[in-house]
Design a protein around this ligand. Structure first.
Ligand code: PLP
Ligand code: TYF
Length: 397
C-alpha cells in the first residue's frame, strides 16, 4: 500500500543548509537557514537559558503531561512580552493563548482556529512571504491571495501597492503580516503604515494574523512589537503566532505560542478552548522543556535582565554587520547596497539573480537561497572580505 508514495523533495532552505554543511571548502560561507550565529560561526546557547535549564533539571519533580494550553508562567510572560505590560486588552482579559511546538506550531494552530470559524477562508500573504507559510496554513484548507509588498527595484516596501491589493480584503478574510524583521526581505512597515493597516482592518473587517518570530532582533523587544500593539489597541480581534526560537535561541526545543485577541473575555476563553481541541487533534499536549525555560526567564528579574542584555547584543551585532556588509559590498561591487542598512533582522535579498546565487555556490562555496536571501547573522569578521569579493566577482562576470 505504501510503496506507491514517491520520494518528495527536501525543504529548499534546509536542503541548502545540508549542502553547505557537506561542502569541504574551508572558506565556505553558509548564509542559508535563519539561525543566529556569533562571530565564531556558532549558534550559541543563551547564558540565561543555560542557567534556567540547570535550575529546571535540578528542581524538576515530574515528567507528567503539561496542561493542554501549556505552562502558565510561559503563557503569562509571553502575553506581556508580545502585547506589552501596559496593554489594555490584557488588563481586560481579552487575550488568551496556547503554548505550541515552535512558531510553526503556533501558525498551524492559528490556521486551524481560523478554518473552524470560516472554512476555506482567504488568507492574504505578502509577495514574497516565508515559503513555509503556504504548507503550514494551506494544508488546513485555507486559501491564499497575494498582496504586493516588496519592490525589488528599489529594495523597499511598495506600500501603495500593498494598500491597493488589500482594499479587496473583506470580513471573513485574514491578512497575514510579519510582525517585524520580514522573512525573506527584511523590509518592514513604518508605524504610520501599521496605522493605515489598522484603519483598513477597522473599516473592512478583515482579521490580522501576525507572525512574529524575530521580536528583539530588529530594533529591540519593545519597538519590534510596536506595529502589532498598535493594531491590538484599536481592533476587536487579532491572532498572533510568536516564537522563542530566535530571540531565546530555543530552536530545537520547539517553543512558541498562539495568542488570541478577542472582543471580550468570554470569546477569549472560547478561542483558547478551540485551540486546545485543535492541538488535541494533532499532538495533544505541547512539549515542556523550552517553555519551562522561557517561562522562568520571563518571570525571574535576574534571568530576564541577563537574557535581554544578550539579546540586545545580538541585535546590535546584526545591525553593525549590516553597515559593514554594505560598505564592503559597495567597495567590491561598485553599486548601492544602502538597503542592507535600512532593512531589519536576519534577512535581506542581495538583489542577485538565481543564476548568480548558484554561481556563488558552485564557484565560491558561498551559500544563499536562489532568491539571494542571506542570513546576515552568518556574516563575521572572518568571512566578510571573502564574501564581498565573491559577490563582486559574480556581479562582474
Ligand atoms: N515565522 C517565520 C517568518 C520564521 O522565519 C520562523 C522561523 O524561523 C517561524 C515563523 C517559526 O519558527 P519556529 O517554528 O522554529 O519557532
Ligand atoms: O527561513 C528560515 O531560514 C528560518 C528557519 O522549514 C526555517 O525560518 C527554515 C525552514 C523551515 C523551518 C524553519
Amino acid at each position: 500500500m505504501l510503496e506507491s508514495l514517491p520520494r518528495l523533495p527536501d525543504d529548499p532552505i534546509l536542503g541548502l543548509a545540508a549542502a553547505a554543511r557537506a561542502d569541504g571548502n574551508p572558506d565556505k560561507v553558509d548564509l542559508t537557514v535563519g539561525i543566529y550565529m556569533d562571530e565564531s560561526g556558532l549558534c550559541p546557547v543563551f547564558d540565561a537559558v543555560r542557567q534556567a535549564q540547570r535550575a529546571l533539571v535540578d528542581e524538576e519533580a515530574t515528567k507528567a503531561y503539561m496542561p493542554p494550553v501549556g505552562d502558565p508562567a510561559f503563557n503569562t510572560g509571553m502575553r506581556q512580552l508580545v502585547f506589552g505590560t501596559d496593554s489594555a486588552a490584557l488588563a481586560a482579559g481579552r487575550v488568551s493563548s496556547i503554548q505550541t511546538p515552535g512558531g510553526c506550531g503556533a501558525l498551524r494552530i492559528g490556521a486551524e482556529v481560523i478554518n473552524a470559524a470560516v472554512p476555506g477562508a482567504r488568507v492574504w500573504v505578502s509577495d514574497p512571504t516565508w515559503p513555509v507559510h503556504i504548507p503550514l496554513l494551506g494544508s488546513v484548507g485555507l486559501q491564499f491571495e497575494n498582496y504586493r509588498y516588496y519592490e525589488a527595484a528599489d529594495h523597499s516596501v511598495d506600500f501603495d501597492a500593498m494598500v491597493d491589493d488589500l482594499k479587496q480584503a473583506r470580513r471573513g478574510d485574514v491578512v497575514l503580516l510579519h510582525g517585524c524583521c520580514h522573512n525573506p526581505c527584511g523590509a518592514d512597515l513604518s508605524l504610520e503604515q501599521w496605522g493605515v493597516i489598522a484603519d483598513m482592518a477597522e473599516e473592512q473587517g478583515f482579521l490580522p494574523f501576525i507572525d512574529i518570530a524575530y521580536q528583539g532582533l530588529g530594533d529591540g523587544l519593545e519597538r519590534d512589537a510596536a506595529g502589532l500593539r498598535l493594531l491590538a489597541a484599536r481592533l476587536p480581534e487579532m491572532i498572533v503566532a510568536a516564537s522563542c526560537s530566535k530571540n531565546m535561541g530555543l530552536y530545537r526545543e520547539r517553543t512558541g505560542i498562539t495568542l488570541f485577541l478577542c472582543a471580550d473575555a468570554n470569546s477569549a476563553d472560547a478561542l483558547q478552548s478551540q485551540a486546545a481541541v485543535a492541538a488535541r487533534r494533532v499532538y495533544s499536549m505541547p512539549p515542556a522543556h523550552g517553555a519551562l525555560i522561557a517561562g522562568r526567564i520571563l518571570s525571574d528579574g535576574g534571568l530576564r535582565e541577563n537574557w535581554e542584555r544578550e539579546l540586545g547584543g545580538m541585535c546590535q551585532r546584526i545591525n553593525g554587520l549590516r553597515g559593514e556588509l554594505r560598505r564592503k559590498l559597495e567597495a567590491e561591487a561598485g553599486r548601492d547596497f544602502g538597503f542592507i542598512e535600512r532593512e531589519k533582522g536576519m534577512f535581506s535579498f542581495l538583489g542577485l539573480s538565481a543564476g548568480q546565487a548558484r554561481a556563488l555556490r558552485s564557484e565560491h562555496s558561498v551559500y544563499m537561497l536562489d532568491s539571494s536571501r542571506i542570513n546576515v547573522a552568518g556574516v563575521n569578521a572572518g568571512n566578510i572580505d571573502y564574501l564581498a569579493r565573491a559577490v563582486g566577482a559574480v556581479l562582474r562576470a
